[in-house]
Design a protein around this ligand. Structure first.
Ligand code: GLN
Length: 285
């Protein structure tokens, strides 16, 4: 093997390794891992290809490359993900924030324009990405965020702190609504929604590394929508909003669930790929 002395050589090595093991975004992912090891910006390798690399950094980069080849997502290796342009800490206790979920946050922010001081609840906050982003992008609202997982809540708290939102978001350990007593103007949730029968078809990165508790739901993936839509009614003020992220083929079913529970002004919003992704509605308006 050629000796690795510069950032560009190390980058080439990592890229080839990831490409050969079938990783689709091998270029981006090798830059993410390399810049993490060298404590540089993701594009630095184009700017400073001749930057010398130490033997220790080469070893570190190679070890991460091996882990990535085994299926560990880069975001867990670097412990960092980006959502709504904010940085979030992630580990295997929480899902990695997805760009699709930004549509849910955007929709929530649109509705909050008319009621900026709203009380917002995020059910199943995971990394806290939804709750923290809403708090930061709508500074007059207050946000409560729940999760059944203690470990996830520790991550979410860390993310509020990391982004300076720790005074704005209250984290509550709760199985859906069980630990709550307040009423809210808006409830948002990106609940687990993968059908048990589809679990085995997920990429190994997701299937073997992301928390199954955050992914899979009974009743063809609809169990949490049913429970949340039913119970939300006792926790929403009149005219309050309920917004869900849904799986790629679930928006129509979730629309019907919300309709049956009496929600009105129902709307389906597509994500950046044109997939129906967010279902929203209001109570008693
Ligand atoms: N609310 C978190 C997110 O959107 C977690 C979602 C989940 O774990 N199902 O990333």
């Amino acid at each position: 093997m050629e000796e690795i002395k510069t950032a560009a050589q190390l980058y080439r090595y990592m890229k080839n390794q990831l490409k050969a093991s079938g990783i689709e975004d091998f270029d981006l992912e090798s830059r993410i891992l390399l810049s993490y090891v060298l404590k540089e910006e993701p594009f630095f390798v184009y700017m400073k290809p001749e930057k010398p690399v130490s033997e220790e950094d080469v070893q570190k980069a190679m070890a991460l490359t091996e882990k990535r080849k085994e299926g560990v997502p880069s975001r867990y290796l670097t412990r960092k993900a980006y959502f709504m342009d904010f940085e979030f800490y992630v580990d295997e206790n929480v899902l990695i924030p997805r760009q699709d979920t930004e549509v849910l946050v955007q929709k929530a922010l649109d509705f909050l324009k008319d009621n900026p001081k709203a009380k917002v609840l995020d059910i199943g906050t995971g990394s806290g990405c939804i709750a923290v982003s809403i708090a930061l992008l709508n500074p007059a609202c207050t946000v409560d965020a729940t999760d059944i997982s203690k470990e996830a809540l520790a991550v979410a708290r860390k993310n509020a702190l990391l982004n300076g939102a720790e005074k704005r978001v209250r984290f509550i350990e709760s199985d859906l609504f069980s630990g709550l007593s307040d009423k809210y103007d808006m409830i948002v949730s990106n609940p687990p929604y993968i059908k048990p029968s589809e679990f085995l078809t997920l990429q190994k990165e997701v299937r073997c590394h992301e928390p199954v508790l955050a992914l899979v739901a009974d009743e063809e993936g609809l169990a949490f929508y049913r429970r949340i839509a039913k119970e939300a009614k006792s926790f929403l003020n009149d005219g309050g909003f309920l917004l869900f992220e849904t799986g790629y083929d679930q928006a129509r079913s979730v629309y019907r669930i919300m309709e049956e529970e009496g929600f009105t002004f129902l709307e389906i919003t597509k994500d950046y790929n044109g997939i129906e992704r967010v279902v929203s509605g209001r109570m008693n308006e």
